[in-house]
Design a protein around this ligand. Structure first.
Ligand code: NAI
Ligand code: MG
Length: 376
């Protein structure tokens, strides 16, 4: 029997609709060529587009469609138009993460093609061979704890502010299991680098102990090391290959380190991400939200200049993790590599503006479709 998967596309704002359109074409091509499964896409308002149509960044109708879907593909949200309002597009992102308990944020930092090495801000010999996946805990820690804003206007007030960081054993266990799952996807298994600040923070001491126990009890075949976040941040730009494998960390450290890792390949437009609510091994319910790492890029929105590759590769991750179609996902990555390498091989010279070229969003999407068609 042919299985049909339902995907909700959340184009969002700015360049979001332009880049998701290209990723949607990729999924439609895969659906039309597959004998075993079909993919149905439906588009829903999210972010600023949803504020304009309904007053809320994550309308009930959108949540309902996402609840019924097998996965969600998101463009980007935000922009100066909604910047000062009380209701902001970015609130939709926190709401959707929370609603689906998307606790694991997965951000690979890799070169989709070797020919991109020259775009790295790092020296070529330092950047070459970087291949890490940052796994960030996404729904606990400082960003979700209680907080107190400083009262700076009342005479006599101390003007104190605080944020609370809480982790418990289960929070750390589940993200560690997810990191272990990803480590076991490669052969030989990837090394796990757990990042904390255990010389200062109580949460980090809990983190280190639970990571160590979970790996040694449940995944004795895996190797894990522990590093302090400040020195890991230095290593990430001075010798990033030392962190190859899985970089496992809590919410705030992961926010910072995943941004740091993503500049190594040279353009924000290239990299994908996934946020999951469970292990993507088919044994239990696992919601997945897939999106490029960039924002809505209002400066180039509507001009056909945006690089769609981060979103196309996000669709590749969606095929692998949410639809259980890793071969199809790999083919998407391969097609992108072929298109980018064609420049080096004296082919079409395809580079979008962020990579110094003139290729439009649509032309880039079309080139990926043509390469993908040959692989399917
Ligand atoms: P941004 O990622 O939107 O843009 C930063 C720079 O990179 C801009 O010069 C932009 O033109 C360029 N750029 C980004 N993506 C590109 C692509 N695919 N192709 C070519 N060039 C690209 O970050 P910025 O400017 O700080 O934020 C703009 C808006 O996006 C803000 O409202 C922000 O809150 C929101 N944002 C949303 C995110 C999301 O939806 N997940 C993530 C980050 C920011
Ligand atoms: Mg960030």
């Amino acid at each position: 029997m042919t299985k049909t998967y339902n995907i909700v596309v959340l184009p969002g704002d700015g360049i979001g609709p332009e880049v998701t359109a290209e990723a949607a074409r990729v999924l439609e091509l895969i659906s039309s060529k597959s004998k075993d499964f079909k993919i149905e896409l439906q588009s829903k308002d999210f972010g600023g587009a949803a504020i304009d149509s309904s007053g809320e960044p994550l309308p009930a109708d959108t949540i309902k469609a996402c609840e019924a879907a097998d996965a969600m593909l998101l463009g980007a949200v935000g922009g100066p138009k909604w910047g000062v309002g009380k209701v902001r597009p970015e609130q939709g992102l926190l709401q959707i993460r929370k609603h689906f308990d998307l606790y694991a944020n997965i951000r690979p930092a890799l070169f989709p093609s070797k020919s991109l090495l020259t775009h790295s801000p790092l020296k070529q010999e330092i950047a070459e061979g970087t291949d890490m996946i940052v796994v960030r805990e996404l729904v606990k820690g400082l960003y979700f704890g209680d907080r107190q804003e400083a009262d700076l206007d009342t005479p006599g007030s101390k003007g104190e502010a605080w944020d609370q960081m809480i982790y418990n054993r289960e929070d750390v266990e589940r993200i560690t299991r997810l990191a272990a799952y990803l480590a076991l996807q490669s052969n030989p298994p990837a090394k796990i680098h757990s990042i904390d600040k255990a010389n200062v923070l109580a949460c980090s001491r809990l983190w280190r102990r639970v990571v160590t126990e979970t790996i040694s009890k449940e995944f004795p075949q895996l190797e894990v090391d522990h590093q302090l976040v400040d020195s890991a941040a230095m290593v990430m730009v001075s010798n990033p290959k030392k962190l190859n494998g899985i970089v496992l960390t809590e919410n705030m450290f992961g926010d910072i380190l995943s941004d740091e890792s993503s500049v190594i390949p040279g353009s924000l437009g290239l990299l994908p991400s996934a946020s999951l609510s469970g292990l993507p091994d088919g044994t239990s319910e696992c919601k997945g939200l897939y999106e490029p790492i960039h924002g809505s890029a209002p400066d180039i929105a509507g001009q056909g200049k945006a690089n769609p590759i981060g979103t196309i590769l996000s669709a590749g991750m969606l095929l692998r993790y949410s639809l259980g179609q890793p071969e199809a996902g790999d083919k998407v990555f391969k097609a992108v590599e072929k298109v980018l390498d064609s420049a080096e091989m004296g082919g079409k010279g395809l580079r979008t503006a962020d990579l110094g070229g003139k290729t439009s969003t649509k032309e880039m999407g079309q080139a990926v479709l043509e390469e993908l068609e040959k692989l399917l």
